[in-house]
Write a protein that binds this ligand. Structure first.
Ligand SMILES: Cc1cc2nc3c(=O)[nH]c(=O)nc-3n(C[C@H](O)[C@H](O)[C@H](O)COP(=O)(O)O)c2cc1C
Length: 185
């Protein structure tokens, strides 16, 4: 059976609505191994060997994170900086992750419409994500699917609505599970 690893890049799941709820729904899926970076590394000191071992054991890796300034939160950036090392993820002998499959699972607070020229976020999200996916592509991993949901900010003072976010969470998680099933076929 294919092994699926989920790397949670939320910096504080205790304060999260969307990511915490997605992970809670996935907890019933015994074949998905979840690594919550905020809980494993509250001091941001990454155990590189443990992370590389987890990656080596996986066939499919899901990166689950809230969009922060149109990329992933700092804890996931540090994770990539430290774990995707020379001759592991890139370099002459750096093929250890080659051909592993990747699914991006991203929650966004903004509207889809805002990611257009002239709008608040002024570029398509796919353009912002190029730098974020650079290490994944450099490691010769294959991005097989993306599940991206907009308007998942539940902070009422910022115009959010927790009930609406929970509905979006259910749809997002269903889409993610479908993506995993398709990937593992
Ligand atoms: C520091 C910070 C930066 C953010 N930047 C963006 C952004 O650039 N685009 C966007 O759509 N949402 C942005 N958001 C909103 C978050 O993506 C949204 O609140 C989050 O996905 C909701 O998930 P959670 O409840 O698990 O935290 C930002 C939130 C924070 C805290």
């Amino acid at each position: 059976m294919s092994k699926t690893l989920l790397i949670s890049g939320h910096p504080n799941l205790q304060a999260s609505v969307a990511n915490q709820a997605i992970l809670a729904l996935l907890a019933d899926e015994p074949h998905i191994i979840v690594r919550k970076l905020d809980q494993l590394y509250p001091d941001y000191r990454i155990d590189i060997a443990a992370e590389q071992q987890a990656l080596l054991a996986a066939d499919t890796v899901i990166f689950q994170f809230p969009l922060y300034w149109s990329t992933y939160p700092a804890i996931l950036k540090i994770w990539f900086d430290e774990v995707f090392t020379y001759n592991f993820a890139f370099g002459p002998a750096g093929d250890k992750l080659k051909n592993k499959k990747v699914i991006l699972s991203i929650t966004c607070g903004a509207t889809a419409q805002s990611y257009h020229p002239g709008e608040f976020n002024f570029l398509p999200l796919s353009q912002y994500l190029q730098a974020a996916v650079h290490p994944i592509k450099a490691a010769q991993m294959t991005i097989v699917d993306e599940v991206i949901t907009f308007e998942m900010n539940s902070t009422e003072s910022e115009g959010g609505n927790a009930d609406q976010v929970m509905q979006l969470v259910r749809t997002h998680t269903e889409q993610l599970l479908q993506a995993i099933t398709k990937t593992n076929q």
